[in-house]
Every structure is written in structure tokens, then in C-alpha cells.
Unconditional design. Sequence first.
Length: 153
Amino acid sequence: MTARRTTTRIEVSSSRGVFMISVAAELAEMHPQTLRMYEQRGLIEPKRSPKGTRLYSHEDVEKLRRIQQMTAELGLNLAGVEKVLELEQQLERTRRRVAALERRREQLEAEIVALEGKREQVRAEIVRYEKAKGVEIVRARDVKPFVIPIQRR
């Protein structure tokens, strides 16, 4: 009888901390001490295990690679990297806000279209009503019918 080999695939969220510092450093092609320095500067915030071990996610590793690229290839210092990351966060917040405003605009446009048909109906119901005191605008159904006396000879 031959042994049957099975493979189990586990999906892990890209934001879940799964790599210890040595693995994350190797994946990002940098020294673990550099990761610690980036953490001290607030450039990266690894998750922590219940015992306090740093755990880096796939997103963290990608961010570390971007930081490495900005410093090595673009020549930015860490202050420049911090500013770039801050501006990217602002841009993402702005994009989310614009998307929310676009959704709200579409909702309001749909409401306007729905109200367009009602406008003519409401307009037909509103009439001028002259009284001794002046002119009022009222709904037609609220005006009491009146009789004009006609004198005949």
C-alpha cells in the first residue's frame, strides 16, 4: 500500500503577522537591526505575539521593500520616507472620502429624479388665495368654495 500525500492550503490575511523578524528581514533583504530601527522611527508597526515576539505581515514586508527602494534607489533619507508614507496615507483617506461623496451624490441624484415627477403634481395643487388681508399661497384642497351673489333684475 502506498502512502497518500495530501496538501493543505491555508489562506492568511495579508495584514496578519506571520513572520518573525529574521524571516521578515530576509524577505525584505535587510538586516534585522534595520527593521528595529524602522520600528523605533514609527515607519513600521509589527504585530506582537502573546509573548511579545515581533510578527511581520505580508503588508509589512512589502512596506519594508518600498522603504528600502526609496532609500537605496531614490536616495531619500528616512525623514523623506516618513513624509512620503504620510502623504500616501493622506491621499488614501482623500480617495475614500471622494468615493463616499460620489456614492452620496448618486443617491441624491436618484432622489431628485424620484421627486421630479412629484413636482408637477404639487405645483398643480398650489393656488393663490386672495383674502381681505392679502394674498396667500395655499393648497387647492384647503380653499373653501365661495359663491358670488348675482343680482338679477
